[in-house]
Structure formats: structure tokens, C-alpha cells
Write a new protein. Sequence first.
Length: 132
Amino acid sequence: VIGIGGTTMARYEATAIGDGTRLRPDHNTNNTYIALYPRGTKFHGDALWQTSVNVYAVVNGVNTLINQAGDRWLQVVDVNGVAKTGWVAIKHKGVAICTLVDNSVLPPAETPPDYITAHWVASGTVKKYVPE
């Protein structure tokens, strides 16, 4: 996505809803987190991952749900503008962790008219002019 002044922007921006949002090395909780971040932290990235099935892993000898069907994760390229790599949950086990904005969804551009209309008040004449 190209931003103001031609700068490159990440496609997605996720904002932490609560304190303690974790940046992880993979898109699940079966790993040690990289860092914790407070509410309001902005994570930027270009790839989303979503699971369609429940995913389990053996954690401390117990079969543990690490992703629930419908969970979404963002592959992070920066945190608050500082280059970082990892994954942040958008939704985990059905709970919203971050809000998500897709920066590639832009409002439609105004389409210029195919012609110019001129109105003469005194005579009531109206003419259309087609630009070359």
C-alpha cells in the first residue's frame, strides 16, 4: 500500500485492545512470547493467518488447545514504527486481542464528469462542453 508522499505502508494495522498483548515467533501460543505490549500499541503487517479447525499441542504433558477455529493472527513487520518480526493475535480462542484495519481498502475516488455544463442565467441557456 502506498501512503502519503509515496511512502510504503503495511497493508494491516492491528491495535492492542488490552495490556499484555504478546508478540510471538509463530501464530499460536505453543511458544515463548518475544515481548509484551500495552493497550494501544500499533502492530503493522502484510499477512493474515486464520485457522479453520481447532489446533492442539501437548504442553507439559497435557493436550492443550493452542488455536481455536476462526482464530486470526497478523504477521508483524513493525511495532509502533520500529522494525520487529513475529505474530500478534487478532482473535485467539474466540476473544478479540486487537482491532484490525485493512489499509488497502480505500474510499472510491471521485470520477470526474465526462463534460462541463455551463448555465447562462439571463437567457436560461444550458450547454455541455466535452473537454479534449
